[in-house]
Design a protein around this ligand. Structure first.
Ligand code: Q9C
Ligand code: ZN
Length: 643
């Protein structure tokens, strides 16, 4: 199952016909440059090309009013002056004789993508379109948007494919107020948006873009706004919001389909966003969404006005959809104070709606007044950005995925799973320890070496004693100058003989883990059940901040971790270390070989079903750990007490 690319040059055939500084950034080159970059990097040819179509009136009427549609229908026949007058009714948008045609194609492209994904023709895909959609409302164009492409796509999926729950992730730097209005009382569509806000000083200056607008009536809790109150937000800020807000809620929501309002004006260099996240981050944001909804992910272009960062970000997104490993995200200093304030606020606003957040701190009542003070401060002009953004960023590195994706080292009699390559026993493996326990060691060290040379992406081994192979393998990897993140699940005994000095970070999930342990690089977690919660709030932030060159994921029986949580974990960890993950399964866990291999070789994890509330005792363990560790590991923070 492949990745769709939905694009048609026709959508470049409209432009601003008069002088308007607010609209001059929305140009046809946005599409041509992005598409050319996809072609030049050989990504377009790896995608399944799906043609666009014109949306029908009925499609458009899923979200818009008849009056509005009829009014837009007249624009192709208008002369310049009439187009200007028509435009004047709306904010920050322009019309052109061909924009109605393009807007129908843009909606149609999003629907073609949904069709491709829902019928199983492709697994996921991207629609490269303009005009964008997320600002347009039932009866109004706004912010370069004519029809609400993604909102229509969500309704269409529900109507045509009986999809129940749709998650919309809006990573554009503007608030998609049109999407919010379309679904604010609808619990079947979860809308998440982060946006430049600056305490309402930034466009579209709406009170309802703030964190405390959580949805209405039955839809309360299903609208999540993360306001950015400063410019200059960085990769750490974006990742922290994914780990501590979006992912836990999204997994609890358990969508059947994920749509992305993919604006790249949230990337560095964009004149509108003025943020500092690098194009690489979109590989990670994409990857983190790829195991929801059984992998059904439709990415739909919205904004993005710096042609360089736009086209780089588009390429990194498509590359990730295609299954290429995400580049190692450089420089994650942890979220800034302002981001932590936003994270804290949104978590407390949603604690009554989501069991994954119910332990989040209540917002101190002082908030309202501080907020007003800040607004006044702003009005007096006494505000500065976090830091003067450095507008240069490195060209994303050209990373060639290893020729071999998944290698398996399995005992005789265990069949090699589909799409894996079986690595032979090393016949000269004389460095065996006693008995059979480590007879695979030299095959495994060879595998680690070949992963380091980027000849093999990941691997899987079934061994008779996980804890005995761990230490020599890690020593081998660290000798190759790699930092190793070792994640152990189950009672593997105390793993103390590991190379120190920060060369290894070990996170050990076990029912018997010691409750307190004071070491920055050995983190025992005494957990009964809530593994997904732990993955988002602990493991991913630690992993991202540690930035390993190799992830070792070891599992013994009796871990208490269910099959689908395990598969999700294998999926999520592949966002680290450029996908270099080596899974060690203890003999006895043969039943997990197939499922592990399928995740390593790129299949989306199956859905977990609606997650139960995390166990109170597990939450206590995780929260106290997070609290204790956040002085060392800044990405674990969810509030700014420390700053
Ligand atoms: N400097 C999209 O990104 N202009 N629309 C704001 C503040 C409107 C952006 C002016 C920007 C609309 C899809
Ligand atoms: Zn935007």
């Amino acid at each position: 199952m492949g990745t769709a690319l939905v694009y048609d040059e026709e959508m470049t055939r409209y432009k601003l016909l008069w002088f308007d500084p607010a609209c001059e950034i929305e140009t046809p080159e946005r599409l041509t440059v992005s598409h050319e970059a996809l072609v030049r990097k050989g990504l377009a040819s790896r995608c399944v090309s799906i043609p666009v179509r014109e949306a029908t009136d009925d499609n458009i009427l899923l979200i818009h009013s008849e009056e509005y549609l009829e009014a837009v229908k007249k624009t192709p026949y208008m002369m310049l002056e009439d187009l200007k007058d028509f435009t004047l009714q709306y904010g920050d948008v322009y019309f052109h004789p061909n924009i109605y045609h393009c807007a129908k194609l843009a909606v149609g492209a999003a629907l073609q993508l949904v069709d491709g994904v829902m019928t199983g023709k492709v697994r996921n895909g991207m629609a490269l379109i303009r005009p964008p959609g997320h600002h347009s409302m039932r009866s109004a164009a706004n912010g370069f948007c004519v029809f609400n492409n993604v909102a229509i796509a969500a309704k269409y999926a529900q109507q045509k494919y009986r999809v129940q729950r749709v998650l919309i992730v809006d990573w554009d730097i503007h608030h998609g107020q049109g999407v919010q209005y379309a679904f604010e009382d609808d619990p079947s569509v979860l809308y998440f948006s982060w946006h430049r806000y600056e305490h309402q000083k930034y466009w579209p200056n709406l009170r309802e873009s703030d964190y405390d607008c959580v949805g209405k009536d039955k839809g309360a809790g299903f609208n999540i706004n993360v306001p950015w109150n400063k410019t200059g937000m960085q990769n750490s800020d974006y990742l922290a919001v994914f780990c501590h807000v979006l992912l836990p809620v999204a997994y609890e929501f358990c969508p059947d389909l994920v749509l992305v309002c993919a604006g790249f004006d949230s990337a560095i260099g964009d004149p509108e966003g003025e943020m500092c996240a690098t194009p690489d981050i979109f590989a990670h944001l994409t990857h983190l969404l790829m195991n929801l909804a059984g992998g059904k992910l439709c990415v739909v272009l919205e904004g993005g006005y710096n042609l360089t960062s736009l086209s780089q970000s588009v390429c990194l997104t498509v590359q990730t959809l295609l299954g290429d490993p995400a580049p190692q995200p450089a420089n994650l200093p942890g979220p800034c104070k302002s981001a932590l304030e936003s994270i804290h606020s949104v978590r407390s606003a949603h604690r009554k709606y989501w069991s994954c957040l119910k332990h989040a701190a209540e917002k101190p009542p002082a908030d309202v007044s501080t907020k007003r003070t800040k607004l006044e401060e702003k009005l007096e002009g006494g505000e500065a950005t976090v830091s003067k953004p450095d507008l240069a960023w490195p060209e994303p590195s050209v990373h060639v995925p290893p020729p071999l994706r998944t290698a398996a080292v399995l005992p005789e009699g265990v069949a090699c799973p589909d799409r894996c390559c079986s690595l032979p026993w090393d016949p000269d493996s004389e460095e065996c320890f006693d008995g059979d326990a480590v007879s695979k060691l030299s095959s495994l060290t060879t595998l680690v070496g070949r992963m380091e040379k980027n000849e093999i992406r990941n691997g899987l081994a079934l061994v008779s004693d996980v804890s005995m192979v761990m230490a020599p393998l890690i020593r081998h990897a660290t000798a190759l100058k790699q930092r190793v993140l070792a994640v152990c699940v189950g009672d593997t005994g105390v793993l103390s003989e590991l190379p120190g000095g920060g060369k290894t970070l070990t996170v050990h999930f076990s029912k018997e883990a010691p409750e307190k342990h004071r070491c920055r690089y050995y983190i025992p977690v005494r957990l009964k059940k809530s593994f997904m919660q732990a993955a988002f709030s602990l493991l991913l932030p630690l992993g991202y901040e540690y930035d390993p060159g190799l992830v070792l994921l070891a599992r013994r029986s009796g871990s208490g971790m269910g099959e689908s949580a395990w598969q999700q974990l294998v999926g999520l960890m592949q966002g680290l270390a450029q996908g270099h993950v080596l899974v060690l399964l203890q003999e006895g866990e043969e039943a997990l070989v197939g499922l592990t291999a399928s995740s390593l070789s790129g299949s989306p994890a199956s859905s977990l079903g609606r997650l139960p509330a995390p166990l109170t005792e597990d939450v206590e363990v995780l929260e106290s750990l997070r609290h204790r560790l956040q002085t060392d590991w800044k990405l674990l923070q969810t509030s700014c007490e420390l700053k």
